[in-house]
Write a protein that binds this ligand. Structure first.
Ligand SMILES: [Zn+2]
Length: 108
């Protein structure tokens, strides 16, 4: 990344710019709007998958209606598909219908 003060290229992990000595304002997305992050609630998705995941409800919730219906009729292919979904959601890599990641924002 680049120093926001002098523009020098600095290490991504650096907290202070070695060139100008200024504290680097990290372009962290955690406190700002992240266009890649879904506005769907992570814990809701996780709980829906846990309790009614076999019916594909968590997929309906995130807007993936097509695969939700498929999951409903196959009962999450005997739970295996649902289990995989649950793991992906728990890791914060599940995406909504727009391809945005649904991740836990509570531990900022
Ligand atoms: Zn600098």
């Amino acid at each position: 990344m680049f120093c926001s003060n002098c523009g020098a290229e600095i290490n991504d992990e650096a907290v202070v710019c070695v060139k100008c000595g200024c504290a680097v304002r990290k372009q962290s997305k955690s406190n700002e709007f992240d266009p890649d992050k879904s506005d769907k609630d992570w814990i809701t998705t996780l709980l829906l998958c846990f309790f009614v995941g076999g019916l594909g409800i968590h997929r309906f919730y995130v807007g993936k209606t097509g695969t939700g219906i498929l999951q409903l009729f196959t009962l999450g292919i005997c739970g295996i598909w649902t289990l995989i979904d649950f793991i992906i959601i728990a890791m914060g890599n599940f995406t909504d219908s727009e391809g945005k990641r649904i991740c836990n924002t509570d531990n900022r």
